[in-house]
Design a protein around this ligand. Structure first.
Ligand code: A3P
Length: 287
C-alpha cells in the first residue's frame, strides 16, 4: 500500500503531496481560466513530459534557445495542478505553454468550452512502468517502490500517482479526432524526431524554417537535455531527488522493459492490456 502521508487523494487519484494541495487542485479545476491560445502538454507521468517541455518553448521562441537554457522546465511549461500554478500561470502572457498529468474529466471547467490545444504524449506502458519504478527509487516524495513485481502490481491496479495508465490514456484517446488534440508517441519521437517536430509545429500553426527545425532536433536530443541544468532536474537537491542513484533523464530509450520483465510478467501485462484496451483501435502500443 502507498504511504498516505506522501499523497493527496483527489477524485480517487494519488497525487504527490510534495507539490499538490487541496487548494491547488481546486484552483486548477474550479478557477483557472483557460485561454483559447493556451497549449497543454498532457501526459501520464514518465511518458516524455520533460522532452515535450524542451521542444515547445523552442518552437515558440522561433529557435532561440534562451528560454530552455535559462528557465527551469517547471517554470517554462508549468504544471496546472501544482501548488505554484496560480503564481506562474495566471499572469503569464499568451500563448501559455502548460503541462498537466490530469485526466480529461478533471481538466479546468473553462477548458471544455475553449479552443486550447492539447498535445498528448503517449509511451509504451511497459517502459513507463520501468521508468516510474526507478523514479520512485530516487524521489523522496514518493513511496518506496518495493520489488519490481510489487511495483508492477501497483501499476496495473492503478495504485500509483495519477492512477491507472489505462484510464489516463483512454480518457484522452476518446478525443483523438478533435482538431485541437494531437497524439504523439515517445517511440515516434525517438524514431523520427524531425518529422515529429514538423508535425507538432504544423498542429500549432507555427511553421518553422529548416534551420529552426535543426536547432530543435539537436537541443532535444537525450544527451543534450541531460546536460541542460534547466531540464535535467539537477537544480533539485539530492535530498529530494537523489540523482546519485540514477538520473531523472535515465536511459531515454524504448524497450528497456525487456531488461526488466520476465516472460511471465510480460504475458500477464499483455493479457491485461488486451482486456483494458479492447475495442479502442489504439494504434500506438508496440512491443
Ligand atoms: P527513462 O526513465 O526510461 O529514461 P517524464 O519527463 O514524463 O517524467 O518522462 C521521463 C522519461 O523520459 C525518462 O525515461 C527520460 O529519460 C525520458 N526522456 C526525457 N527526455 C528525453 C529525450 N530527449 N529523449 C529520450 N527520452 C527522454
Amino acid at each position: 500500500m502507498s504511504d498516505s502521508k506522501l499523497y493527496l487523494v483527489y477524485e480517487g487519484l494519488l497525487l504527490p503531496a510534495h507539490v499538490h494541495s487541496e487548494e491547488s487542485v481546486r484552483y486548477a479545476r474550479e478557477e483557472f481560466q483557460v485561454r483559447d491560445d493556451d497549449v497543454f502538454i498532457v501526459t501520464y507521468p514518465k511518458s516524455g513530459t520533460t522532452w515535450m517541455q524542451e521542444i515547445l518553448p523552442i518552437i515558440y521562441s522561433n529557435g532561440d534557445l534562451t528560454p530552455v537554457l535559462t528557465i527551469p522546465n517547471w517554470d517554462r511549461v508549468p504544471w496546472l495542478e501544482q501548488t505554484t500554478a496560480q503564481l506562474t500561470l495566471e499572469n503569464k502572457p499568451s500563448p501559455r505553454l502548460i503541462t498537466t498529468h490530469m485526466l480529461y474529466h478533471l481538466m479546468p471547467k473553462s477548458f471544455y468550452t475553449s479552443k486550447a490545444k492539447v498535445i498528448y504524449v503517449v509511451r509504451n506502458p511497459k517502459d513507463v512502468l520501468v521508468s516510474s519504478f526507478y523514479y520512485h527509487g530516487i524521489a523522496i516524495f514518493l513511496d518506496n517502490p518495493g520489488t519490481f513485481e510489487e511495483f508492477m502490481q501497483r501499476f496495473l491496479e492503478g495504485n500509483v500517482i495519477f492512477g491507472s495508465w489505462f484510464d489516463h490514456v483512454k480518457s484522452w484517446w476518446a478525443l483523438k479526432d478533435n482538431e485541437n488534440v494531437l497524439f504523439v508517441s515517445y517511440e515516434e519521437m525517438l524514431q523520427n524526431m524531425k518529422g515529429m517536430v514538423v508535425k507538432i509545429s504544423e498542429f500549432l500553426g507555427k511553421p518553422l524554417s529548416d534551420d529552426m527545425i535543426e536547432v530543435i532536433v539537436n537541443q532535444s536530443q537525450f544527451n543534450n537535455m541531460r546536460e541542460n541544468k534547466m531540464s535535467n532536474y539537477k537544480l533539485v537537491p539530492n535530498e529530494i531527488l537523489d540523482q546519485t542513484k540514477t538520473n531523472v533523464l535515465r536511459k531515454g530509450i524504448s524497450g528497456d522493459w525487456k531488461n526488466h520483465f520476465t516472460t511471465a510478467q510480460a504475458e500477464h501485462f499483455d493479457s491485461l492490456y488486451t482486456q483494458r484496451m479492447k475495442g479502442l483501435n489504439f494504434t500506438f502500443y508496440k512491443d
